[in-house]
Design a protein around this ligand. Structure first.
Ligand SMILES: [Zn+2]
Ligand SMILES: [Zn+2]
Length: 243
């Protein structure tokens, strides 16, 4: 009580003072990913494709993850939250956004019906880490871990690449770059460290083409004992949207 008096919180979207950095009303108004979705990649699809595993996003691709889900669609509000988290020293937004991931967790049958999960954040580039002071995916995973009582591991590394930004690249180019951009941490690659459970949820803020999720999942599947890799993100962005 004293803490909230000393440090009042204001909703990131409506700026009203309250108990959270994202108030319940604004949270309820966030535009969700429209249903039905592809059961594999989680993209909205036409009715006939809903259970076909062959949506436009998945066609011709062989995503290494078992399923991917996002809480909200791209909208002015969700972009403000993601920009806040990513670019405006907004790690205070990690707890309310992790709450959205926790809702998504509960709505995802694959997660609700399985046990033995751990969380892995998508690693961020060193220059972003130095600039921001934190990796937003790590912050989200940490907060989600607290909410669901799950351990967080970091078996992945982001490698330096020559490409400045993934923005405006074709999905093929993104995929190629993403594969080169991630690697297994040496201690996991040599088997010195292992994930203690067979099921992994990869956590990130935004899902765009699936290239990052695919590249990271492909590496996670190489780890001994890993059976299933799911992907949870706060937002799903269109391919050409700058994030
Ligand atoms: Zn609000
Ligand atoms: Zn799909």
């Amino acid at each position: 009580m004293l803490v909230s008096w000393l440090y009042p919180r204001y909703c990131e979207l409506c700026h009203r003072q309250g108990a959270s950095d994202l108030c319940a009303e604004c949270e309820a108004k966030l535009e969700r990913v429209s249903l039905p979705i592809c059961l594999h990649c989680g993209s909205p699809v036409g009715g006939g494709e809903a259970d076909a595993h062959s949506c436009v996003q998945c066609r011709g691709r062989n995503f290494a993850f078992d399923f991917a889900r996002s809480f909200c669609a791209r909208s002015e509000q969700s972009l403000r939250l993601i920009y806040g988290l990513k670019y405006h020293h907004g790690n205070y937004l990690a707890p309310p956004l992790a709450r959205l991931l926790a809702h998504l967790w509960d709505e995802t049958p694959e997660l609700a019906n399985a046990r033995d999960w751990c969380l892995v954040p998508v690693p961020s580039e060193r220059r972003h880490l130095l600039k921001r002071g934190y990796n937003q995916a790590e912050e989200l995973a940490g907060e989600l871990g607290k909410l669901r009582g799950l351990a967080v591991f970091s078996p992945l590394l982001r490698q330096k690449t020559n490409v400045e930004s993934q923005t405006y690249l074709s999905s093929g180019e993104r995929k190629h770059n993403a594969l080169a951009a991630y690697a297994l941490h040496p201690s996991f690659a040599c088997g010195k460290k292992r994930l203690p459970v067979p099921n992994v949820v990869l956590v990130d803020d935004v899902y765009t083409t699936g290239a990052t999720a695919h590249a990271c999942s492909r590496l996670l599947k190489k780890l001994p004992g890993v059976r299933c890799v799911g992907v949870l993100t706060v937002m799903r962005a269109g391919r050409r949207w700058k994030i």
